[in-house]
Design a protein around this ligand. Structure first.
Ligand code: DAK
Length: 258
């Protein structure tokens, strides 16, 4: 597939996807969503990839859904066309870790896309917001659900009701963002972290991701049981033997992702 709205590349064991619609501040339309889906499918199927990074430009991660594309939508266009659900949410089902590297605007669907990722690294220029209220709609790709889980009810209400933006420092303080870097270092720093993570055992990374996500979907007891069973399963891995043997031998582990 030739991409017109994203760029996709492999950097060692990291799959890097760059949203690339600069004229519209990476506003998310169907074509971009289809390409993102395709690129994620490819990285998911590729044993040589351990982590995916999604980034945008210096000015915008993504300024939201493409408003010009949906301005004339009626209910039936959205409902029958299964708008958002049809092609936006592949990142949510990705089993490998996905990091959003956000500089500039992450608004509306852009903020929601970043929140679908497993963690967000931000440039000190990043601005997060759910300004849909200004357009006469509400967040529709998870904003009202993921934002309160990330930053609590009070701040989520404030952002969604008032349409105000949150800067990188506040986003880190409130837990929306995992790390903040100077804007000119964002991608290098993110890729360095991603490379480090990707060197660990892929099946264990996937188990950790699945276990942490369980914390949002189950009671503490059920989550702990899931974690324990998964932990037991990890003892079947060659990588588990290698990791412990390497520690005993006082050498770096050489994980084979099996
Ligand atoms: N859509 C389309 N074009 C956009 C855009 C967007 N979201 N954001 C920016 N652009 C375009 C601008 O129109 C402009 O194009 P030209 O005039 O040059 O042709 C170009 O990008 C540069 O933007 P500005 O000239 O406005 O740049 P500024 O630096 O002055 O301002 C800004 C940057 C990000 C503050 C401003 O562009 C802005 O406020 N943009 C809109 C942000 C926004 O409202 N985002 C939320 C979009 S609504 C649904 C589920 C989810 C959603 C919808 C439905 N269902 C389940 C049904 C999601 C909705 C949203 O995300």
């Amino acid at each position: 597939m030739d991409y017109a709205n994203i760029r996709s590349e492999k950097i060692e064991r990291v799959g890097l996807i760059t949203l690339d619609r600069p004229a519209a501040l990476n506003a998310l339309n169907d074509a971009l969503a289809d390409e993102l889906w395709h690129a994620l499918d490819g990285f998911e199927a590729d044993d040589g990839i351990g982590v995916v990074v999604i980034t945008g430009s210096e000015k915008a991660f993504a300024a939201g859904a493409d408003i010009t594309a949906i301005a004339d939508y009626g209910y039936m266009d959205a409902y029958k066309g299964d708008y958002i659900t049809r092609n936006w949410e592949r990142v949510k089902t990705c089993r490998k870790p996905v990091i959003a590297a956000v500089a500039g605007y992450a608004l509306g669907g852009g903020c929601e896309l970043a929140m679908m990722c497993d963690m967000i690294f931000a440039a000190d220029t990043a601005k997060f917001g759910q300004p849909e209220i200004k357009l006469g709609i509400l967040p529709g790709a998870g904003g009202t659900q993921r934002l309160p889980r990330a930053i609590g009810k009070a701040k989520a209400m404030d952002m969604c009701l008032s349409a105000r933006m949150m800067d990188a420092a506040e986003a880190e303080r409130t837990g929306l963002v995992a790390r903040v870097f100077p804007a000119d270092r964002l991608l290098d720093e993110t890729l360095a972290v991603a490379r480090g993570i990707a060197a660990f055992s892929l099946p264990v990374l996937m188990m950790i991701k699945e276990s942490i996500n369980r914390a949002y979907e189950s009671s503490l007891q059920e989550g702990l049981l899931f974690e324990r069973r998964t932990f037991h399963a990890a003892f079947s891995l060659a990588d588990r033997q290698e990791g412990m043997k390497a520690f005993v031998d006082k050498r770096p582990a050489d994980f084979r992702h099996e």
